[in-house]
Design a protein around this ligand. Structure first.
Ligand code: AMP
Length: 190
């Protein structure tokens, strides 16, 4: 499959396997992953001014504000390594972020090829999230992250459906099966 220029958003609730799929798909499609969660965690670890600003918000399972995220992602998408395509993991997470992304790409004269939703039942998410022991995955925080997803991020399903970019993938299966389905769905749109 010709992957040159493929630009994909991966989204779904916390625990749906976005990060895992991003890694697998990056290998298979030959495009880099841009993970906002990773970028922010690195900023926190480095103790940068961005890191100091977002540490508490992340620990609570809330969302970093849209303007900050625009800045972070806008700068990242200008770098040379993503000019031939990318997998966006964890961005956008709000309708405003989706609009900003569209504008950023428009300014570069490109557009998304697809927005892939990883669909996983709630009880599976909770089991996965409470089992994995990340610092921001205590019970309270898990609930907060799921609520935030429902309130702020789920509206992206309709947004991307209207844009004719939505691909819904059953994410409650073995990693390679899910990846196969995503690759097939991307072949279909290109
Ligand atoms: P993730 O690894 O994608 O689950 O992201 C971890 C945390 O980073 C989230 O719970 C948010 O606090 C923050 N974060 C990552 N991406 C975004 C985004 N696009 N908008 C707002 N906050 C974000």
């Amino acid at each position: 499959m010709a992957t040159d220029g493929i630009r994909v958003v991966l989204f779904g609730p916390p625990g749906s396997g976005k990060g895992t799929q991003a890694g697998v798909l990056s290998e298979r499609l030959g495009v880099p992953v841009v993970s906002t969660g990773e970028m922010l965690r690195e900023a926190v670890a480095a103790g940068s001014s961005l890191g100091r600003k977002v540490a508490e918000i992340m620990a609570a399972g809330s969302l970093v504000d849209d303007d900050t995220m625009s800045e972070v992602v806008g700068e990242r998408l200008e770098r040379p390594d993503v000019q031939g395509g990318f997998l966006l993991d964890g961005y956008p997470r709000t309708l405003r972020q989706a609009d900003s992304l569209r504008e950023m790409l428009q300014r570069q004269g490109v557009a998304l090829d697809a927005a892939v939703l990883l669909d996983v039942p709630e009880e599976v998410l909770v089991a996965r999230l409470t089992g994995r022991g990340r610092g921001d995955d205590g019970d309270e925080v898990v609930r907060e992250r799921l609520d935030v997803y429902r309130d702020k991020t789920e509206p992206l399903v309709d947004y991307y459906r209207r844009e004719d970019l939505l691909q819904v993938i059953d994410g409650d299966r073995p990693v390679q099966r899910v990846a196969d389905d995503i690759v097939a769905s991307l072949e279909a749109v290109r």
